[in-house]
Design a protein around this ligand. Structure first.
Ligand code: ADP
Ligand code: MG
Ligand code: ZN
Length: 476
């Protein structure tokens, strides 16, 4: 068999985190009853007129600057015409001729960990469509226009990626840049980031591209990896058996592990694009660009570099903490309040990640208060809470945002500082466990555990196990 190279280019849609829609003032909030967030503009009523939301433009420019694009100073919107019930105007307002950003690039790592650039062909602004709910029970389809007019940017890469790893590294890079900018939460599972994968194969060493297919709406990194592997093999099989790859849109079924053809590839002319006469051209001034540039946050790479020198915590911790800007902010604010960086990091990496996973949440959703976290760290340092109780308090802080001191007091979790009570409990436990004492004296160090257990029980968990250990040994 000949050796093949995979060639991949991505079209990534990102839902922007604006409060209102792109061309009207309807709310973009998720989860409302169907069609509650609608008006004549976003339901395509005749005579209604769109007006561009300035925040959309600012986010699009910010993403363009972060991905090293040229910003178009005089841009336009175009109508992409097609009929579908989730698209009430029968056209989508998008940008074809003069997208807001062009010619960018982002740096990623390849499979060997070497740096390489992925080119950004363009970024354009457009509106999202509504949502069809197919009701098999009633044999009907209902349409919900709440999502109609939610702002999107589409980031179109050059065909510069060569493997699933590179694709995932590229998506992760985009996700971090955009999330740090606050332009979107970029959640693949929830659809605020969606990737279409264009893939072709060619013989190794060839300098012309093969015919590509496009796989739409893959909603997890694993589905993307599987789809790339599956499509690469399918195309190689076709070529090896003397056939030709057909340019088409395919749907990847991650459960079955195979893809099937959806439709032949449509061209720009199929959409009869033309400039939208209802919208004025987008004029971007130097001042506007300077202002957006000035508001740029510290991005993840720079932050990681700084954490290394400033906090002296391991790279592994830094990776996790900076994997969401919200988590990094929480970390920094807690440390600013005087908490030890490594101890804060331990809470974030350990219990926080565990609870997030358990609840299927994202690091962006953490609602811990830095003040509470700093207090919890100091309570453990001062031995007011043992490990077990500290975790109980943490869980309550994580779930209900309670104050650690109040919660621990209310639930009798604070370590009893009264040495009299503790000594009494230790002595009683020693007296109650003659067998353990005997074993301990016979050289079985571990036998002491039974006595510690007794004391902890007598103290209702409100003792410091280290201290209990010490007191027992002193008496044995
Ligand atoms: P269209 O306008 O038909 O959608 P584009 O030229 O805009 O096509 O390309 C869409 C995406 O497909 C881009 O991300 C691009 O990098 C990618 N692409 C183009 N040609 C190939 C190819 N031969 N193999 C893999 N990806 C490709
Ligand atoms: Mg395209
Ligand atoms: Zn509206």
């Amino acid at each position: 068999m000949r050796e093949y190279e995979t060639v991949i280019g991505l079209e990534v849609h990102v839902e922007l985190a604006t409060k209102t829609k792109i061309f009207c003032s309807c709310s973009t909030a998720f989860g409302a009853a169907p069609n509650m967030h609608t008006c004549p503009v976003c339901t395509g009523m005749p005579g209604s007129l769109p007006v561009l939301n300035k925040q959309v433009l600012e986010y699009a420019i910010a993403v363009g600057l972060a991905t090293n694009c040229d910003i178009t100073r005089y841009g336009k919107f175009d109508r992409k015409n097609y009929f579908y019930p989730d698209n009430p105007q029968n056209y989508q307002i998008s940008q074809l001729y003069l997208p807001i950003c062009r010619n960018g690039k982002v740096e990623i790592s390849d499979d060997e960990g070497n740096k390489k650039f992925v080119g950004i062909h363009e970024i354009h602004m457009e509106e999202d469509a509504g949502k069809l709910n197919h009701d098999d029970w009633d044999d009907a389809s209902l349409v919900d226009y709440n999502r109609s007019g939610v702002p999107l940017i589409e980031i179109v890469s050059e065909p510069d990626m060569r493997s699933a790893t590179e694709v995932i590294n590229y998506l992760e890079k985009l996700r971090m840049l955009i999330q740090y900018l606050g332009a979107s939460d970029c959640k693949l599972q929830e659809g605020s980031m969606r990737a279409d994968v264009n893939l072709s194969v060619r013989e190794k060493g060839s300098d012309t591209f093969g015919t590509r297919t496009e796989m739409k709406n893959l909603n997890s990194f694993t589905a993307i990896s599987h789809a790339i592997e599956g499509e690469r093999e399918r195309q190689i099989d076709i070529l090896e058996s003397g056939g030709q790859v057909v340019q088409e849109t395919r749907r990847w079924d991650d459960v079955k592990g195979e893809s099937y053809a959806m439709r032949s590839k449509e061209d720009a002319q199929d959409y009869r694009y033309f400039p939208d006469p209802d919208l004025v051209p987008v004029v971007v001034s130097e001042e506007m660009i300077d202002e957006i540039k000035a508001k740029e946050p510290e991005f993840r790479d720079a932050k990681m570099e700084r954490y290394r020198s400033e906090f002296g915590i391991p790279d592994y911790d830094i990776e996790i903490i900076t994997s969401a800007k919200h988590m990094a902010d929480l970390f920094e604010e807690t440390v600013k309040l005087g908490a030890d960086p490594k101890k804060v990091s331990n809470w974030l990496m350990g219990e926080t990640m565990r609870l997030l996973k358990e609840k299927g949440q994202d690091a962006q959703d953490v609602k811990l208060s830095p003040v509470h976290l700093a207090k919890l760290v100091s309570m453990t340092e001062e031995r007011q809470l043992n490990n077990i109780n500290a975790k109980k308090v943490f869980e309550a802080m994580f779930e209900e945002g309670v104050s650690p001191l109040e919660y621990a007091t209310e639930h009798d979790l604070i370590t009893v500082q009264d040495t009299g009570a503790l000594t009494a409990a230790v002595e009683a436990a020693i007296a109650a466990c003659p067998k353990a004492v005997e074993d301990y004296h016979a050289g079985k160090e571990k036998a002491i555990g039974a006595i510690v257990g007794q004391v902890m029980k007598a103290m209702k968990g409100q003792a410091d196990p280290g201290e209990v250990n010490r007191l027992i040994k002193e008496r044995l």
